[in-house]
Design a protein around this ligand. Structure first.
Ligand SMILES: [Zn+2]
Length: 128
Protein backbone atom coordinates (compact mmCIF):
# COMPACT_ATOMS: atom_id res chain seq x y z
CA UNK A 1 0.00 0.00 0.00
CA UNK A 2 2.69 2.47 1.07
CA UNK A 3 4.76 1.78 -2.05
CA UNK A 4 1.70 2.32 -4.27
CA UNK A 5 0.94 5.65 -2.60
CA UNK A 6 4.58 6.72 -2.73
CA UNK A 7 4.74 5.80 -6.43
CA UNK A 8 1.53 7.66 -7.33
CA UNK A 9 1.83 10.68 -5.06
CA UNK A 10 5.51 10.85 -4.12
CA UNK A 11 6.45 13.17 -6.98
CA UNK A 12 3.86 15.72 -5.80
CA UNK A 13 5.65 16.29 -2.52
CA UNK A 14 9.07 17.76 -2.09
CA UNK A 15 10.78 16.32 1.00
CA UNK A 16 13.39 18.29 2.87
CA UNK A 17 16.90 17.38 1.84
CA UNK A 18 18.06 14.17 3.48
CA UNK A 19 14.62 13.30 4.81
CA UNK A 20 12.26 10.54 3.76
CA UNK A 21 8.48 11.04 3.92
CA UNK A 22 6.67 8.78 6.39
CA UNK A 23 3.16 9.96 5.55
CA UNK A 24 1.28 11.95 2.95
CA UNK A 25 -1.45 14.39 3.88
CA UNK A 26 -4.37 15.21 1.64
CA UNK A 27 -6.92 17.91 2.38
CA UNK A 28 -9.66 19.60 0.41
CA UNK A 29 -8.97 23.26 -0.13
CA UNK A 30 -10.94 26.44 -0.73
CA UNK A 31 -9.67 29.83 -1.81
CA UNK A 32 -9.82 32.73 0.63
CA UNK A 33 -12.12 35.46 -0.68
CA UNK A 34 -10.04 38.12 1.08
CA UNK A 35 -6.41 37.27 0.28
CA UNK A 36 -6.66 34.49 -2.33
CA UNK A 37 -4.73 32.00 -0.23
CA UNK A 38 -5.51 28.31 -0.69
CA UNK A 39 -6.93 27.16 2.64
CA UNK A 40 -6.55 23.47 3.56
CA UNK A 41 -9.74 22.32 5.27
CA UNK A 42 -8.29 20.71 8.38
CA UNK A 43 -10.47 19.47 11.24
CA UNK A 44 -7.33 19.15 13.31
CA UNK A 45 -3.62 19.86 13.03
CA UNK A 46 -2.81 17.04 15.45
CA UNK A 47 -1.16 13.93 14.05
CA UNK A 48 -1.04 12.17 17.41
CA UNK A 49 -2.62 13.32 20.63
CA UNK A 50 -1.64 10.90 23.35
CA UNK A 51 -0.80 11.68 26.92
CA UNK A 52 2.88 10.80 26.46
CA UNK A 53 3.48 12.08 22.96
CA UNK A 54 1.63 14.79 21.08
CA UNK A 55 2.61 15.65 17.53
CA UNK A 56 1.02 18.33 15.41
CA UNK A 57 1.48 20.25 12.19
CA UNK A 58 2.38 23.92 12.27
CA UNK A 59 1.29 25.90 9.19
CA UNK A 60 3.99 28.23 7.90
CA UNK A 61 3.41 30.65 5.04
CA UNK A 62 6.49 30.96 2.86
CA UNK A 63 7.50 34.23 1.26
CA UNK A 64 6.13 32.81 -2.02
CA UNK A 65 2.73 32.54 -0.30
CA UNK A 66 2.97 28.75 -0.26
CA UNK A 67 1.76 26.75 2.71
CA UNK A 68 4.35 24.58 4.40
CA UNK A 69 3.51 22.23 7.25
CA UNK A 70 6.12 21.54 9.87
CA UNK A 71 5.77 18.79 12.46
CA UNK A 72 6.35 19.72 16.09
CA UNK A 73 5.51 18.53 19.58
CA UNK A 74 3.21 21.07 21.27
CA UNK A 75 4.03 21.59 24.92
CA UNK A 76 0.65 23.01 25.92
CA UNK A 77 -2.56 20.99 25.68
CA UNK A 78 -3.99 23.31 23.03
CA UNK A 79 -0.67 24.08 21.39
CA UNK A 80 -1.57 23.25 17.81
CA UNK A 81 -3.08 25.64 15.26
CA UNK A 82 -6.87 25.90 15.44
CA UNK A 83 -8.86 23.83 12.95
CA UNK A 84 -9.57 25.61 9.67
CA UNK A 85 -13.03 24.12 9.12
CA UNK A 86 -15.75 24.22 11.72
CA UNK A 87 -19.49 24.01 11.07
CA UNK A 88 -18.74 24.42 7.33
CA UNK A 89 -17.03 27.77 8.04
CA UNK A 90 -13.44 27.95 6.83
CA UNK A 91 -10.82 30.16 8.46
CA UNK A 92 -7.89 31.33 6.35
CA UNK A 93 -4.49 30.33 7.76
CA UNK A 94 -2.96 33.40 6.10
CA UNK A 95 -5.28 36.30 7.04
CA UNK A 96 -7.80 34.72 9.48
CA UNK A 97 -10.77 35.75 7.35
CA UNK A 98 -13.77 33.45 7.70
CA UNK A 99 -15.59 32.04 4.67
CA UNK A 100 -19.29 31.46 5.21
CA UNK A 101 -20.72 27.95 4.87
CA UNK A 102 -22.37 29.06 1.61
CA UNK A 103 -19.04 30.16 0.12
CA UNK A 104 -17.30 26.95 1.26
CA UNK A 105 -20.07 24.75 -0.16
CA UNK A 106 -20.14 26.69 -3.44
CA UNK A 107 -16.38 26.25 -3.92
CA UNK A 108 -16.44 22.55 -3.01
CA UNK A 109 -19.34 21.98 -5.39
CA UNK A 110 -17.49 23.85 -8.12
CA UNK A 111 -14.47 21.61 -7.55
CA UNK A 112 -16.65 18.51 -7.79
CA UNK A 113 -15.86 17.70 -4.19
CA UNK A 114 -12.19 18.47 -4.60
CA UNK A 115 -11.47 14.98 -5.89
CA UNK A 116 -10.52 15.89 -9.44
CA UNK A 117 -7.25 17.66 -8.99
CA UNK A 118 -5.46 18.20 -12.30
CA UNK A 119 -1.67 18.12 -12.51
CA UNK A 120 0.66 18.99 -15.34
CA UNK A 121 3.18 16.43 -16.57
CA UNK A 122 5.81 17.78 -14.19
CA UNK A 123 3.55 17.44 -11.18
CA UNK A 124 2.44 21.05 -10.80
CA UNK A 125 -1.16 21.54 -9.83
CA UNK A 126 -2.95 23.29 -12.72
CA UNK A 127 -6.64 22.77 -11.96
CA UNK A 128 -9.24 22.10 -9.28
ZN1 LIG B 1 -7.01 34.90 3.61
Amino acid sequence: MWRAVAKDAGNLYVPNEGEEPVAYLWARTVTCDTCGFEIPLMRSFYLADKSKRTVALRPIISKDQELELETFCPKAAKGAHARTIKGARATCVNCNSVLSPDRVRAQIKQQNGGGDVIFSKDGQRIGA
